[in-house]
Design a protein around this ligand. Structure first.
Ligand SMILES: Nc1nc2c(c(=O)[nH]1)N[C@H]1C(S)=C(S)[C@@H](COP(=O)(O)O)O[C@H]1N2
Ligand SMILES: [Mo]
Length: 438
C-alpha cells in the first residue's frame, strides 16, 4: 500500500515537472481579457438561484405522478431513499402542475446561455497542468467532472425530451432523475467550496460601474489564484457589459420563443422553438393533442358501438354503453391539459361523470385508489393509478364531452380521465375499465 502511494506520488511529481504540452494547457493559450472571477461569479449567481429552482420543480414534478401509490405510476422503481420526500399529490390549485412544469421546462431552456457562458468563463480550469497535484486536488477535479458532466447531461436530456427526440437508452425519467441527484450533489459541494470566493469576487467590482464601462475602459481583472484571468491577455473585443448583455439577450430570446407553449392562448404562436406551438384544429376539440389515436393503434373499431365501460368495485362489475353514461347526471369542470414536456392548454370545459359518483356506483364511495385502463394496445401511458383525494375532488371526471361537443377520437373518445393538477400523462384517454379499491 505504502509502496503504491510512494510510486503514485513520484509519478505525479514527474508529470508536474514536465512542461505542459502545447495547446490549451499552456498558460498563454487562453487570452480573453474579460475572463476572471467577477464575470464567472455573475453567471454563477444566476445559476445559484436557477439550478435549485430547477431541482425543486423537477422533484415536485416527479412527486406529481404519485409514484409511491403504485409501481404502475413509477418511472424510477429503483430509487430507494431518493424517494424520501414523496407525498400525496394535491388537486388544489387545479393549475398547480401546469405552472410547475411550465416553470421547470421554460427555466431550463432560458438558463442554457448562462450555463454555456459559465462553462466558457472557467474553461482554463479544465486544462490545468499538471492535471493532478495531490489526492485532494484529484478529488476536487473529480467533483468538477461530476458538476460539468451533470449539468451537460441534465440540460441535454431535458431538451431532447421537450423537443420530442426520444433517443434515450431506457426511460428518460430514470436518466433525468438519477442524473439530477448526481448533479445536485456535485453542485452542493461546489457551492460550499466557492461561495466565499464568489461573494468576494462580486464585491470586487460594482455591477453598476461595470454596466457603465464600455470597450475602451475594459481591462483585465488582477491575477487570481484560480488562474481564470489570462496570463497574457489579448486586447478586448467585448466589454464585460457586452458579455453579460449578450447572455441576457440570449436568455430573453429563448424565453420569448419558448414560453408561449405553456402560456397558451394567442401567445402559443410565438413559441417558435416548441413543438406544440400551434393549435391543430379549430372548434371544440381544437387544442393540443399529445399522441393521436392513429399513432398509438386506437382504431375507430375499438371505440365503436361495441365499446363498453367496465366499473369494478366491491360487487359484480358494472358495464355501461356510452349512451347509458350520457343519460346519467353530468358534471362539468374547466381544467387544462399540462404535459411533462412543458406545453399546456388553456382551461377546457369538460363534462361527464364524477369519479366520485362512479366510485359510489361501484360500492366504494371512500375508495382509496382507482386503476384506470385504456383500450389502447398495451404500451406506455395505457394504465395509471389515481389516489383517493383525486377521486373525491368534484372536478375529477370521466369526461365524455369537451367544450360542448363529444370528445374527438384524438382526445380520448369515448371517455377519458381528467383530474385537477394531474400531469397530462395521468389523464388517460380511451378509458374502458375503472377498478376502484378500498
Ligand atoms: N391512453 C393514453 N392516454 C394518454 C396518452 C396516451 O398516449 N395514451 N398520453 C397522455 C399524455 S402524455 C398527455 S400530455 C395527455 C394529452 O392529452 P390530449 O392529447 O388530449 O391533449 O394525454 C395522456 N393520456
Ligand atoms: Mo404528456
Amino acid at each position: 500500500m505504502a509502496a503504491v502511494a510512494a510510486r503514485t506520488r513520484a509519478a505525479v511529481r514527474g508529470i508536474g515537472r514536465t512542461p505542459p504540452p502545447p495547446g490549451p494547457f499552456r498558460p498563454g493559450f487562453w487570452r480573453s481579457p474579460i475572463r476572471g472571477p467577477w464575470l464567472t461569479s455573475v453567471f454563477g449567481l444566476v445559476l445559484l438561484i436557477g439550478i435549485p429552482l430547477l431541482f425543486i420543480t423537477g422533484l415536485l414534478s416527479y412527486a406529481s405522478y404519485n409514484p409511491g401509490l403504485s409501481p404502475l405510476n413509477d418511472e424510477t422503481p429503483d430509487k430507494g431513499v431518493l424517494g424520501f420526500y414523496l407525498f400525496s399529490w394535491p388537486t388544489h390549485p387545479y393549475w398547480l402542475y401546469r405552472l410547475l412544469q411550465g416553470v421547470h421546462v421554460t427555466l431550463g431552456v432560458v438558463l442554457v446561455p448562462v450555463v454555456l457562458a459559465k462553462l466558457w468563463s472557467v474553461i482554463p480550469k479544465l486544462f490545468e497542468w499538471p492535471p493532478v497535484r495531490s489526492a485532494a486536488h484529484a478529488l476536487e477535479r473529480l467533483s468538477l467532472l461530476m458538476l460539468v458532466g451533470g449539468v451537460v447531461f441534465e440540460f441535454v436530456t431535458g431538451i431532447l425530451n421537450v423537443q420530442l427526440y426520444y433517443v434515450f437508452p431506457g426511460s428518460f425519467y430514470r436518466l433525468h432523475f438519477y442524473g439530477a441527484w448526481v448533479f445536485i450533489a456535485a453542485f452542493v459541494v461546489h457551492v460550499c467550496l466557492r461561495l466565499g470566493r464568489m461573494g468576494r469576487a462580486l464585491r470586487s467590482r460594482g455591477l453598476r460601474a461595470e454596466l457603465r464601462t464600455g470597450l475602451a475602459g475594459t481591462v483585465p481583472e488582477p491575477p487570481d489564484p484560480d488562474g481564470l484571468v489570462a496570463a497574457a491577455p489579448a486586447p478586448p473585443t467585448m466589454s464585460r457589459r457586452g458579455a453579460v448583455g449578450m447572455v441576457g439577450a440570449g436568455s430573453l430570446l429563448l424565453l420569448v420563443v419558448t414560453a408561449g407553449q405553456s402560456v397558451g392562448g394567442r401567445l402559443r404562436g410565438t413559441a417558435l422553438l416548441a413543438p406544440h406551438n400551434r393549435d391543430p384544429l379549430s372548434g371544440p376539440n381544437g387544442f393540443q393533442v399529445n399522441k393521436t389515436a392513429a399513432a398509438v393503434g386506437v382504431t375507430p373499431a375499438l371505440v365503436g358501438p361495441d365499446w363498453r365501460l367496465e366499473v369494478h368495485g366491491s360487487g359484480a362489475p358494472l358495464v355501461f354503453t356510452r349512451e347509458q353514461l350520457l343519460s346519467m347526471p353530468q358534471h362539468t369542470a374547466a381544467l387544462p391539459i399540462a404535459c411533462v414536456e412543458g406545453w399546456s392548454t388553456d382551461d377546457q370545459h369538460w363534462s361527464g361523470l364524477r369519479l366520485a359518483d362512479l366510485a359510489a356506483l361501484g360500492g366504494l364511495p371512500d375508495a382509496g385508489s382507482v386503476l384506470v385502463e385504456s383500450i389502447q394496445p398495451p404500451g406506455p401511458f395505457t394504465r395509471v393509478m389515481l389516489r383517493g383525494n383525486q377521486i373525491r375532488d368534484p372536478r375529477a371526471l370521466l369526461a365524455l364531452r369537451v367544450n360542448g361537443s363529444a370528445l374527438s377520437l384524438d382526445h380520448g373518445y369515448p371517455a377519458r380521465v381528467i383530474v385537477p393538477a394531474n400531469p397530462g400523462v395521468n389523464n388517460t384517454k380511451w378509458v374502458h375499465r375503472l377498478t376502484f379499491r378500498a
